[in-house]
Design a protein. Structure first.
Length: 139
């Protein structure tokens, strides 16, 4: 992964930790899904909780993973997947709120406002049959 892409991904993941973003990762050749718990930017490492499969014999479902080596990717929604109701809410935020409130709203709804999906750094959740967010949001 190019260093500039890794930096974009790390910055994005750091901003999403409070919003329980789901991530996919490839660990020891296996695809796992979990919830982002923490990001350590200086180490290019993340902590992922609630893994879809145990990674140790004693049913450990949390672990630290290297962003580049373990190919960590968040599950995000393209901006184009906004519902009419979300578009109205977003437009209201843009017109009347501070920029941090807009970013918080976009993060809470798992929107890809940095363009990670086209770069191959995130997975478009709207194209999946099995949504890792379950019914956390409707689109």
């Amino acid at each position: 992964m190019k260093q500039k892409y890794k930096k974009i991904l790390i910055v994005d993941l750091c901003s999403r930790t409070p919003y329980r973003v789901k991530v996919s990762l490839i660990h020891k050749g296996e695809i796992l899904i979990g919830t982002l718990d923490a990001v350590y930017p200086t180490d290019d490492r993340v902590i992922v909780d609630n893994l879809s499969k145990a990674i140790a014999p004693i049913d450990v479902r949390v672990g630290g993973f290297l962003i580049d080596r373990d190919k960590v990717k968040p599950y995000l929604r393209p901006m184009s997947s906004m519902t009419e109701k979300e578009e109205e809410e977003y437009e209201s935020l843009v017109a009347w709120h501070e920029s941090y409130e807009i970013v918080d709203w976009l993060n809470a709804h798992h929107f890809d406002y940095r363009g990670l999906i086209p770069l191959g750094l995130a997975i478009d959740v709207t194209t999946l049959e099995d949504n890792p967010y379950n019914d956390e949001f409707i689109y």
